[in-house]
Design a protein around this ligand. Sequence first.
Ligand code: GAR
Length: 210
Amino acid sequence: MLNKTQIAVVASGNGTNLQALIDAQKSGVIKSGVISLVVSNNPRAYALTRAHDAGIKTAVISGDRFKSREAFEGELCRILSMHGIELIVLAGFMRILSAEFTSKYPRSIINVHPSLIPSFCGKGFYGLRVHEEALKYGVKVTGATVHYVNEIPDGGEIILQKSVCVKSTDTPETLQRRVMEQAEWKLLPKACEMISKEKKKKRGKNHECL
Ligand code: GAR
């Protein structure tokens, strides 16, 4: 049996998407990969507690210590390679990664975004803001997208998308919750398994050639 794809989840806040990944690993939805590390830029992120509770290693790269983007990304790179990470999952990570960083991990970083890209995405569109803007615009359908991460914020190739209905009574909070429940928490584990499986297969092929 070949080793599982080593996954790192990077999160800044509550970590409900991380929880969905942990649950998916427990239930066998994610079987080709293993979450071996959770990284946060926020020492108070509840995502870290979720990781501890699940027995997953954690690392904090706080903005206080690593002030510049260069310093932050240098440390992130070091930690990821130390743990042999092959797939980086941005799950509620509220920073934008530089082109220098993303070019080091082609088709190996994915992100979940709470809208149907190309709507309500890019710089400045994150978290609740996305749902506020969707409601302001008056869209009747929104959703979530899982995509590869490249140098363009929310601009990488789309992997999976799922639509979610908007209700006339929605607040940003109720809409956010429905998008999470009906789309994000399903799409992200599915994408993780798809890519982990792909990477595992590739490793197998490379192995055969040796
Ligand atoms: C999620 O809705 C995620 O899609 C979004 O932030 C929330 C994090 O929730 N991410 C972005 O907006 C990134 N552009 P969580 O911490 O409970 O997973």
